[in-house]
Ligand binder design. Structure first.
Ligand SMILES: [Mg+2]
Length: 306
């Protein structure tokens, strides 16, 4: 049985040109072998193409191929049309997703060990290092840092990603449950939760000694890739939401598991390995562009963020 699918083209910041659209139409007819399609402009930066297909897996991998092998200034998102607007749960990664920075690197700046920590973070996010081991390694470097003032200071240093606030406002209006599941640290995840009006925040807890200094350990369960997936399923269950109606958004290798247990996933300006394995990629300059992936037009988005 063939079903209706959508291929969404989203330009990275500029507008889509006539040449861009011609290239996508050629992709549809010559590579994806789609006989008949219709299209709808979502905005000057995003266009939807609709068509029937009985071989979605083949099309998905052909689209991935096109994305990864050609450095276009737009993303291509292939998905089933009928489920785009039925999302009920969004789980976000925090570092380099909802905020621009990696929190552990902000903390490390206090201890003048930025280079050491950044190098370990990079290797972990590329999937070269086991997450738990790298977390322990990085956290041990933070031993001795004063824990009483650091969080208040870091809250001022955090820069929320462009479009995150508007996206969360829109999703709230659509009655979507939202959470942040972070391999970072709870005081800042809680801060981001409050700032963006999220329903849940989960992250790691840093241990302190009797002098209220960081003791170089974490306490409680580690929020790693597996835990992020478990938390997504737990939150979905709490709300009676089918995980197929959930979306996971993140940039790191430790976000792939939650993307795979959710019905859909968005790799946000992610590392190449993550882009390769994620259900969809978005490399634009605003998280609000996720609403194009869900099929909303510019006029509808304006209405939602008002
Ligand atoms: Mg991240």
């Amino acid at each position: 049985m063939s079903e209706e699918y959508a291929l969404t083209v989203i330009a990275h910041g500029c507008e889509l040109s006539a040449e861009d659209l011609t290239a996508v139409k050629t992709l549809l007819t010559d590579v994806l072998k789609v006989g008949k399609f219709t299209s709808q402009d979502l905005s000057t930066r995003a266009v939807d193409f609709y068509f029937q297909s009985a071989k979605p897996e083949e099309l998905q991998s052909a689209v991935k191929n096109e994305l990864l092998n050609n450095s276009n200034h737009y993303d291509l998102v292939f998905q089933k049309q009928s489920t785009r607007k039925s999302k009920k749960l969004f789980i976000f990664d925090m570092d380099s997703t909802l905020i621009y920075q990696e929190v552990i690197e902000l903390i490390a700046a206090y201890a003048n060990i930025e280079d050491k920590v950044a190098e370990i973070t990079e290797r972990a996010m590329n999937g070269e290092l086991d997450f738990n081991a790298s977390l322990a390694e990085r956290v041990s470097l933070l031993k001795g840092i004063d824990a009483t003032s650091i969080w208040e200071e870091l809250k001022h240093k955090i820069e929320v990603t462009n479009g995150a606030k508007e996206l969360c406002l829109a999703l709230k209006k659509l009655n979507v449950v939202m959470g942040v599941c972070s391999g970072g640290f709870i005081p800042l995840a809680e801060h981001v939760k409050l700032h963006l009006g999220l329903d849940y925040a989960y992250a790691n807890v840093l241990g302190t000694n009797e002098k209220l200094e960081l003791d170089g350990t974490t306490t409680g369960p580690i929020v790693n890739g597996e835990m992020k997936a478990e938390l997504l399923l737990k939150i979905a269950k709490n709300h009676g939401i089918d995980p197929q109606d959930a979306v996971a958004v993140g940039d790191g290798a430790n976000d792939l598991k939650m993307m795979s247990v959710a019905g859909f996933g968005v790799a946000w300006n992610a590392k190449p390995k993550v882009q390769q394995l994620a259900p969809s990629c978005l490399n634009s300059d605003s998280l609000l562009d996720i609403l194009y992936i869900l099929g909303y037009t510019e006029a509808e988005i304006k209405e939602l963020v008002n």
